[in-house]
Design a protein around this ligand. Structure first.
Ligand code: F6P
Length: 368
């Protein structure tokens, strides 16, 4: 039997995507493994996420060339070393209620002879994969998002590299912050989840960490800063998640333009916090928005390993006919969970477990 796997990457890019595509392709086409299987595979990469599968015209060779990339072991050989996604990505939602193109999607999958779709993405991309599965298409998910907020898995690709970027940048910032005795407010991504800020802040030893899951007060932030006065340390690093909220207020938004999944663009809280601190304390305060740097660069060793394991697991899942499921890491083991359990809500920071509400920082007691 021969099966055609279509693989796509959707949503925000991140390091680890190329590695996952590489290991899907290698595991599917490996001659050693093939000789022991009843199924052979072809693998095609779909350009630009769901947009590629919707916009491709299966009858037009030029369009197929534009959106479909036949993959083999030689093509993907070096991919795991590189960040971003060689397939390209988009935030296209084929099930967008304002522009539902699921009929075209289904038709194209049929015309292209695709047997199974492997979608590498976060909640949005995998939500579409679940809808597709419900319509009878064989689908498999692989979790990715630097936000690490996907339910059903302890780990989503890209998170470790992003935490490393935050740590490295704050290491750099410290020397200049120290020389000038300044406070720096560093804004991380993460949307409504505080994992990036929390882990980035903990790894870089930030003095204050502000997360969306626990609203903060500026009086408290300033009094924590003032507490340090007179000590030898003359600067402070504050990490603030883009989705962090002042008590009683909403998130700070950069633009209220919504994408196809209904998300607004968050951003700007660091500037606001920095200005308030300077005004209230007279301490010289600057801010820095790390923005898309957190999604850039080469994948960390951990992301390469996870990409490899998830890619291999996806092919195992196809062979086991575990469709409508997502590869997942749970307590250090790779397993799979129904896509349905991964969508509709986010995995947020459990404040009682992971946060010190008095010091606005990571927990200081672990074993209770
Ligand atoms: O979900 C990943 C993420 O990087 C979020 O942390 C961030 O809010 C958002 O994507 C930014 O989206 P865009 O790349 O469209 O600016």
């Amino acid at each position: 039997m021969k099966m055609k796997i279509a693989v796509l990457t959707g949503g925000g890019d991140c390091p680890g995507l190329n590695g996952a595509v590489k290991w899907i392709t290698k595991s599917a086409m490996d001659s050693w493994l093939s000789s022991k299987r009843a199924t052979d595979f072809d693998v095609i990469g779909i350009s630009e996420g769901w947009r590629g599968l919707v916009d491709v015209d299966p009858e037009d060779p030029k369009s197929c060339e534009r959106y479909l990339k036949p993959l083999d072991e030689e093509i993907v050989r070096t991919w795991d070393r590189y960040g971003g996604t060689n397939l390209g990505t988009s935030r296209t939602n084929p099930f967008n209620p304002k522009n539902d193109r699921s009929d075209i999607l289904l038709d194209n999958i049929k015309k292209l002879g695709i047997d199974v779709v492997v979608a590498i993405g976060g909640e949005d991309t995998l939500g579409a994969a679940y809808r597709l599965h419900k319509l009878g298409v064989k689908t498999i998910g692989i979790p990715k998002t630097i936000d690490n907020d996907l339910m059903g898995t302890d780990y989503s690709l890209g998170f470790d590299t992003a935490v490393n970027v935050i740590t490295e940048e704050i290491d750099r910032l410290r020397t200049t912050a120290g020389s000038h005795s300044r406070i720096f407010v560093v804004e991380t991504m993460g949307r409504h989840a505080g994992w990036l800020a929390l882990h980035g802040g903990e790894c870089s030893g930030a003095y204050i960490i502000l997360v969306p899951e626990y609203s903060f007060s500026l009086e408290e932030v300033c009094s924590l800063l003032q507490e340090r006065k007179g000590r030898e340390i003359r600067y402070a690093i504050i990490v603030v998640a883009e989705g962090a909220k002042l008590a009683g207020k909403e998130e700070v938004i950069q633009s209220d333009k919504v994408d196809e999944f209904g998300h607004i663009t968050l951003g700007g809280i660091a500037k606001f916090v920095a200005e308030e601190i300077e005004e209230r304390t007279n301490y010289e305060t600057r801010h820095l928005i790390l923005s898309h740097l957190q999604r850039g660069g080469t994948p960390s060793a951990h992301d390469r390993l996870m990409a490899r394991w998830y890619g291999i697991a996806a092919v195992d899942m196809i062979l086991n006919e575990d469709f409508g499921r997502m590869a997942s890491l749970q307590r250090g083991e790779i397993t799979s969970v129904p896509l349905k359990e991964c969508i509709g809500r986010l995995k947020l920071v459990d404040i009682e477990k992971y946060y010190d509400k008095e010091r606005y920082n990571g927990r200081r007691s672990i074993i209770r």
